[in-house]
Design a protein around this ligand. Structure first.
Ligand SMILES: Nc1ncnc2c1ncn2[C@@H]1O[C@H](COP(=O)(O)OP(=O)(O)OP(=O)(O)O)[C@@H](O)[C@H]1O
Length: 318
């Protein structure tokens, strides 16, 4: 298999402080250094609670945020932040809220045309051909092109969002909670469409969601994020059924996962650490039923073969 995406020590910190005249009050480390690879054709699921850094990671990957440290490589070539067009041709973002992510004052044709003009300088005839092809692939009628975003249902708008991402010919899509704003019946249609498109265009997906059952169903591998770090990474069919990291177990115990009954979570504490004053050791130690003195002093590294966990006292995965 070939590597589609490679992240090396990618991190993001935000200076935070009291107003633009006052000095910065500190730094929020939204994403701690992350190194991982995604193979061509793979779907990597990324799960974690609100505030764990999912959006910050995704926004770096599409060039919307400049990383504080680290590199992003696509098909072996490093992405250069100075040239957003390079990102646009290789990696695209599908937003959670399909209607509000589309410019309300533009027709769907104008929305679809924008990346074709900006990234490829296509003339009118070339753009029309490309848009017709993509619309056929996502099962949208061409008469929709002259309408405005508010005229569509959530499911149709998400198809348009996916079509826009595909128009740029990128082979990697960041799907940021792509179905969580949709009705359950429509969710299944959009997930099926994403599966079909993946085959048709040999796409690679990063599928970000807080919905464990959806992530488990669509992913080949899953990365569990906690407080800006990957704490567990492994095959989708294993990770929630036989968690190694106590945080993954907490997630799996508190959410419906196929083939695993809900149990009462061992940890009742739901507080995330203060991002302005992070703990010195493992960020999960204060919530973890297995934590030791070592956990409160040292940061565990992600280790293992098929399944990797960043934990000094991992569960045995049975
Ligand atoms: N521009 C910013 N300035 C300061 N802190 C930020 C900024 N953006 C994000 N953060 C902080 O970084 C951390 C990660 O935020 P992020 O939005 O990436 O998490 P998330 O997992 O996507 O959450 P959600 O699911 O709620 O969107 C949070 O502590 C957040 O408050």
């Amino acid at each position: 298999m070939t590597e589609a995406l490679k992240l090396t020590e990618l991190s993001k910190s935000f200076p935070v402080g009291g107003g633009f005249l006052a000095a910065s009050r500190g730094t929020v480390k939204a994403v701690h250094p992350i190194s991982l690879t995604v193979q061509q054709g793979e779907t990597l699921g990324i799960v974690g609670e609100s505030g764990c850094g999912k959006s910050t990671l995704a926004r770096m990957l599409v060039g919307l945020l400049e990383p504080t440290t680290g590199t992003i490589e696509i098909d072996g070539a490093a992405l250069d932040n100075a040239d957003p067009a390079i990102f646009g041709k290789r990696i695209q973002y599908v937003f959670q809220d399909p209607i509000s992510s589309l410019n309300p004052r533009k027709t769907i044709r104008q929305i679809m045309e924008a990346p074709l003009k900006r990234l490829y300088g296509m003339d009118r005839a070339q753009r029309d051909t490309r848009i017709s092809e993509i619309f056929a692939s996502v099962n949208l009628r061409e008469e929709f092109l002259e309408r405005y975003p508010h005229e569509f249902s959530g499911g149709q708008a998400q198809r348009i969002g996916i079509a826009r991402a595909l128009a740029a010919n990128a082979r990697i899509l960041i799907l940021d909670e792509p179905v969580s704003a949709l009705d359950v019946s429509v969710q299944a249609q959009v997930l099926n469409l994403l599966a079909d498109l993946k085959k048709e265009f040999s796409l690679t997906y990063l599928f970000i969601s807080h919905d464990l059952a959806v992530v488990e169903a669509v992913s080949d591998r899953i990365a569990v994020l906690y407080f800006g770090s990957v704490v567990e990474l492994g095959p989708a069919e294993e990770i929630f059924r036989a968690p190694r990291h106590p945080y993954t177990k907490l997630l799996a115990d508190s959410a419906p996962v196929v083939g695993r009954p809900l149990t009462a979570p061992e940890s009742k504490d739901t507080e995330l650490p203060d991002p302005l004053n992070p703990p010195p050791g493992c960020a999960f130690a204060a919530r973890c039923p297995r934590s030791s003195d070592r956990c409160r002093k040292e940061v565990p590294r992600l280790e293992g073969d098929r399944v990797q966990a960043a934990c000094f006292h991992p569960l045995d995965g049975d």
